[in-house]
Design a protein around this ligand. Structure first.
Ligand SMILES: Nc1ncnc2c1ncn2[C@@H]1O[C@H](COP(=O)(O)OP(=O)(O)O)[C@@H](O)[C@H]1O
Ligand SMILES: Nc1ccn([C@H]2C[C@H](O)[C@@H](COP(=O)(O)OP(=O)(O)O)O2)c(=O)n1
Length: 212
């Protein structure tokens, strides 16, 4: 573990499927700290809302559900896990159904407050990834990064994890980029990295060389 990682928050934001969680996991493992995948909490709220047949545009029903059956994020360096009581939700959070609904849920200010409160309660140090880690949730973070890549490249990468073909995934990513625009601006002090020409280790190394 790097000694200097002991009191740091590193934020890695970016667009959908730009590599945030894979890169954060690699950086966190190199630093010997956990990483925190904020999108999983938005995905968990979406999954539970869908399972309960709730209107995803209506915050009160969702918050009542989340209050009655609390969700817990387990921020491990190798991969985050999400629990609702004894039930592990992790494997159900990356379906196309959740992909389609999550931007609607993430646009609700009350749900954003629910997520932010859980994130701010986590003990430092960690690497946090999402859309607004460097702008809204941890503006005081010591090191901030923002990942981009073209929609086609992101769709090609994600096609390896989803049953749909590349054009369908690309269209869905572009739709979600638009819906997520409000909370997805890079922090002014973030280093923007185009991951298109880089492999995963290349992105991780680009970040690690900028950390103390
Ligand atoms: N630079 C890269 N080069 C090639 N594949 C990548 C790169 N970054 C991420 N990937 C792959 O792209 C997919 C999406 O990455 P992921 O980390 O899930 O993105 P995000 O968390 O931004 O949605 C994964 O299969 C991952 O292994
Ligand atoms: N800090 C965050 C993290 C995610 N979100 C929203 C935006 C995304 O559409 C969903 C899911 O995010 P996640 O990072 O898990 O998904 P992608 O891998 O980027 O497709 O949640 C957000 O609004 N703010």
């Amino acid at each position: 573990m790097r000694y200097t990682a002991l009191l740091m928050i590193v934020t890695i934001d970016g667009v959908a499927a730009s590599g945030k969680s894979s890169v954060s996991s690699g950086v966190a493992q190199a630093l010997g700290v956990p990483y925190v995948s904020s999108g999983l909490l938005y995905r968990a709220a979406t999954l539970l809302g869908l399972e309960a047949s709730l209107d995803l545009h209506a915050a009160p029903g969702l918050l009542t559900l989340l209050g009655a059956h609390p969700v817990r994020l387990e921020p491990l360096a190798g991969g985050n896990r999400v629990w609702q009581g004894e039930r592990e939700l992790t494997d159900d959070l990356h379906s196309s159904r959740v992909d389609r609904g999550v931007s609607v849920v993430a646009a609700l200010p009350e749900v954003r407050e629910w997520v932010d409160a859980q994130l701010r309660a986590l003990p430092e140090p960690f690497v946090a990834e999402g859309r607004d880690m460097g702008t809204n949730v941890f503006p005081h973070a010591s090191h901030k990064f923002y990942l981009t890549a073209s929609a086609r490249i992101r769709a090609e990468r994600r096609a390896r994890e989803r049953p749909e073909d590349v054009p369908a995934i690309e269209a869905a990513l572009q739709r979600r980029d638009e819906l997520d625009t409000v909370q997805s601006a890079p922090a002014p002090d973030a280093l923007v990295i185009d991951t298109g020409p880089l492999d995963l280790q290349g992105v991780i190394d680009t970040i690690l060389t900028r950390l103390p």
